[in-house]
Write a protein that binds this ligand. Structure first.
Ligand SMILES: Nc1ncnc2c1ncn2[C@@H]1O[C@H](COP(=O)(O)OP(=O)(O)O)[C@@H](O)[C@H]1O
Ligand SMILES: [Mg+2]
Length: 286
């Protein structure tokens, strides 16, 4: 059975086509990367899976059953967990309390009221270990480093025992070391989860992705293994043809020096490198 199957998904915001006829199939225990320039529709796609945005048309199936239009809390119960680009941890609570609270969302209200927890539950203890935060369990979440906050947010999903994890740019703003640790965590998680992760750091992707889907202007441009996608002439042309990433302001190929059309026509094998594909701060010179 497929873990996640999206067919013909389209989303329109006041006439603007954020997603057009998108298909995506993810198998159990797959680590799928979703990449594409800012505004490509990556977050919108996750929003559709998690009930935050209602698609104009199309269907989303989780483990074979249709989930289109279901509410967020229903999806958590079904086994879908989602993290946001900006960590949404409770800064004034300890790491442990954040995990406890997240775990309690799964329990029914009477059991929350009747069972005052003594000590640390097994799920919380295991999760603390997994996300590497055992030694800071009693620190306030607000005092954590950025990377640790992201791990805590992932931990808050894990205690809810999801089978499908959807992570929106978890390594954005992380140090190289934190990225490596997150990659290792993702690899550990796919042993017993299916993971879809939005990330456009190509070095990170090459190192950790199983499969990749490239979104561009709301459509699937390419999908396959890392090698297949990197070798795809359409992916190369679109990224090479893009002179500017409008949202981040990153100059990818200086337009004044080499017109994008010329570059695309020459089509000499130019490796799709991380500097071409986003990372807002980078500037590439010819
Ligand atoms: N609620 C919304 N209303 C109107 N436009 C939106 C809304 N959400 C996203 N968009 C637009 O849809 C496009 C895709 O956005 P998004 O999915 O956030 O892109 P990505 O995550 O790939 O950067 C963008 O042009 C964005 O401005
Ligand atoms: Mg986004």
């Amino acid at each position: 059975m497929t873990a996640l199957e999206i067919t013909g998904l389209s989303v329109e915001f006041d006439g603007f086509h954020a997603l057009t006829d998108v298909d995506l199939t993810v198998q159990p225990n797959e680590l799928r990367f979703l990449i594409g320039p800012n505004g490509a529709g990556k977050t919108t796609m996750i929003d559709c899976i998690t009930g935050l945005t209602r698609p104009t048309s199309g269907e989303v199936r989780f483990e074979g059953r249709p989930i289109t239009g279901k509410k967020e809390h229903q999806l958590v119960k079904l086994g879908i967990g989602r993290s946001f680009q900006t960590p949404t941890v409770f800064e004034k609570l300890t790491v442990l309390d954040n995990l406890d609270l997240a775990e309690s969302f799964r329990r029914s209200l009477p059991s929350m009221l009747l069972t005052r927890r003594k000590g640390i539950s097994e799920a919380v203890g295991t999760t603390l270990e997994r996300i590497g935060l055992t030694s800071v369990a009693h620190r306030l979440a607000g005092e954590l480093a950025h990377g640790q906050k992201q791990w805590l947010e992932i931990g808050m999903l894990l205690v809810q025992k999801p089978r499908l994890l959807l992570l929106d740019e978890p390594v954005a703003g992380m140090s190289p070391q934190e990225r490596l640790e997150t990659g290792a965590l993702l690899h550990e998680l796919v042993a017993d989860h299916t993971v879809v992760v939005i990330e456009h750091d190509m070095a990170f992707l090459r190192r950790f992705a199983h499969t990749v889907t490239v979104l561009h202007e709301g459509k699937v441009l390419s999908a396959g293994s890392v090698e297949e996608v990197q070798a795809d002439p359409v992916v190369r042309e679109v990224y090479l043809g893009r002179s500017r990433d409008e949202r981040s302001g990153a100059v990818i190929v200086p337009q004044a020096v080499v017109p994008a059309a010329d570059l695309a026509r020459k089509a000499e094998p130019v490796e799709v490198t991380e500097s071409m594909v986003t990372e807002g701060e980078r500037v590439r010179t010819p």
